[in-house]
Design a protein around this ligand. Structure first.
Ligand code: NAD
Length: 534
């Protein structure tokens, strides 16, 4: 049966142990004459390091020229060049790994056209072989090589196939989606994911092609930004993870990915999308879509989704934390007491009960804040032009006809709007003039919703009693006037940072990818909505 290749559309990595797979069987014997050792090694009766030592003992003291001459006899096995060429034509990057010597493995890798290789170095002193050097002194070294290739070339575990014939190849097979025991002893064949009996490269090609076909439904997923891996692993998604990628890194890495999960501050615009020829889905973990050029995505048929509910409760809790801290001067009192002072009269606060709290943006987080505030015995007023009037009553919020009306009533204003053209600088010098004298401001939405200079002026003039901010027009926040106010509390965009939210975000992100792979379930409400981003 001819292998059913998918062609270059599905990119994968295939790593081969050289001996027995790429070069003639047991080629070590051609210069070390250690047949017994080779058999014991393949069976796993002795460890890799022991094998290496025994083999090197055989050649220790040999003249380097004689040794290299004997090594010349080692050649790629018949059909190996064609086999590697076929793999490359069908979307595979290929690599060779061997406990043998670097000069020999390099030659074989070059002859078959394998892109990468790794092997040990013989140590030669005064023209004689005296030993060997790392990196492959144990089986772990082979595994590290495979993992290093995955990391540098952007391959996932699932996209990696490892082929070997010895017990010491089992370790590196653990780094692969498919570990193939090729013409191996039963003890290795049993441990590997699949065994190809006999010495046929055609049979090996069939096995590899079958696995590649199984990848048809799987998309290459690039995760840029800190996200918990577990949510992806539990969903069976083998993604390439990068804690952070700057624009240059993103443009370089994204080339062959179908799915981008992006949690950073770079703008995902037409340039990024065009660098990723196969990009079909962008997942923005969390709520805001303001970093993504939605029009550019739509023009290219790229779906954009987010995980809007994952951090709602966590963010709402942070808003409440900031509100209470602001009114009761907790951070200031804490700093003073920690400094050894006892300033009992310096931190007279303001009671929340009995006050009017104005919620701008009565969406998921705004409502979660409202639910919590009810317990504090406050009057809740809200402004949200896109919310049905009945929905205000459902959460016990009085609907205000305008932002100015909300500002005029509220002792505390808390912002929970998305960043849009409409909400950019919605709290500015003009609108701030409508605020009650001595009001407080809490902002955990987006920094650009508040005009920073106007806020500083209002604080300076004493029109505002204080502000608590988690978000800023430019982040990280640089030294600015805000740092100078005692009545301002600043947190570094951590409203969504709890263990629970982080876990939920990665689980929901994985769920969005699975939905996409399944052709998007009808009624998914996670697509980018109107007014989500400028
Ligand atoms: P949401 O979409 O459920 O709610 C936003 C609400 O704002 C909607 O009801 C919408 O109708 C309303 N709105 C839109 N334009 C408005 C306007 N001009 N005036 C008043 N209301 C308007 O979103 P959410 O899940 O509640 O999140 C709100 C925002 O919180 C996000 O867009 C994001 O920017 C921010 N956020 C910040 C953090 C953080 O770590 N600080 C974490 C998550 C979300």
């Amino acid at each position: 049966m001819a292998p059913c290749w998918l062609g270059a559309g599905i990119f994968m990595l295939a790593v081969f142990d050289v001996e027995g797979t790429v070069a003639e069987g047991e080629f070590w014997d051609q210069f070390t004459e250690t047949r017994g050792t080779a058999a014991a090694a393949m069976n796993g009766e002795i460890g890799f390091r022991q094998v290496m030592e025994q083999r090197f003992n055989k050649i220790r003291g040999m003249k380097a020229v004689d040794f290299m001459e004997r090594a010349e006899a080692v050649r790629p096995r018949p059909g190996a060049k064609k086999f590697f060429a076929m793999l490359r034509e069908n979307g595979f990057e290929t690599a060779c790994v061997s406990g043998a010597f670097d000069f020999l493995v390099e030659r074989i890798a070059r002859e078959v056209g394998a892109g990468k290789w790794v092997a040990n170095r013989p140590r030669v002193e005064k023209g004689r072989v005296t030993g060997f050097e790392e990196p492959l002194v144990d089986a772990q070294g082979k595994r590290e090589f495979v993992e290093g290739l995955q990391q540098s070339m952007g391959f996932t575990k699932a996209e990696t196939i490892v082929v070997g014939d010895g017990a010491n190849d089992l370790e590196m097979m653990k780094a692969a989606g498919l570990g193939v025991a090729f013409n191996a002893k039963p003890v290795v064949a049993q441990e590997a994911d699949v065994a190809v009996d006999g010495n046929s490269l055609e049979a090996l090609a069939e096995t590899i092609a079958r696995y590649q076909a199984g990848m048809r439904q799987r998309h290459r997923v690039l995760v840029a930004g800190k996200l918990e891996k577990k949510g992806f692993e539990d969903a069976g998604i083998n993604a390439a993870f990068y804690d952070s990628l700057d624009r240059k890194g993103l443009l370089e890495k994204i080339r062959d990915f179908h799915v981008l999960v992006y949690r950073g501050s770079e703008k995902i615009d037409a340039e990024v999308m065009d660098a990723a020829k196969k990009l079909r889905l962008i997942v923005r973990p969390g709520v805001g879509l303001d970093h993504i050029d939605l029009a550019a995505a739509e023009a290219r048929g790229i779906r954009v989704v987010n995980t809007p509910t994952a951090s709602t409760e966590t963010v709402a809790e942070h808003a409440i934390c900031l509100m209470l801290s602001l009114l009761r001067k907790i951070p200031q009192a804490h700093a003073s007491t920690k400094a050894g002072k006892w300033e009992k009269n310096a931190f007279h606060g303001t009671q929340l009960a009995g006050k009017t709290v104005g919620i701008a943006g009565v969406g998921r987080i705004g409502r979660a804040v409202a639910r919590r505030l009810k317990a504090f015995g406050v009057r809740l007023v809200g402004y949200d032009p896109y919310l049905h009037p009945e929905d205000f009553a459902d959460v016990g919020v009085e609907r205000m006809p305008s932002f100015a009306a909300l500002l005029a009533q509220a002792d505390v204003v808390t912002l929970h709007v998305p960043l849009t053209q409409e909400t950019k600088n919605m709290l500015n010098a003009k609108t701030m003039a409508s605020m009650k004298k001595g009001a407080y401001l809490v902002n955990v939405s987006r920094g650009k919703v508040v005009e920073e200079k106007a806020l500083c002026d209002a604080l300076e003039a004493g029109r505002l009693a204080g502000a608590a901010l988690d978000v800023f027009p430019t982040e990280p926040l640089e030294k600015c006037a805000l740092h100078g106010f005692d009545n301002v509390i600043l947190t570094p965009h951590i409203a969504g940072s709890t263990a629970e939210a982080v876990r939920k975000i990665s689980e929901e992100t994985a769920a969005r990818i699975l939905e996409f792979e399944a052709g998007f379930k009808a009624g998914s409400e996670t697509e980018a909505g109107a007014g989500a981003a400028p």
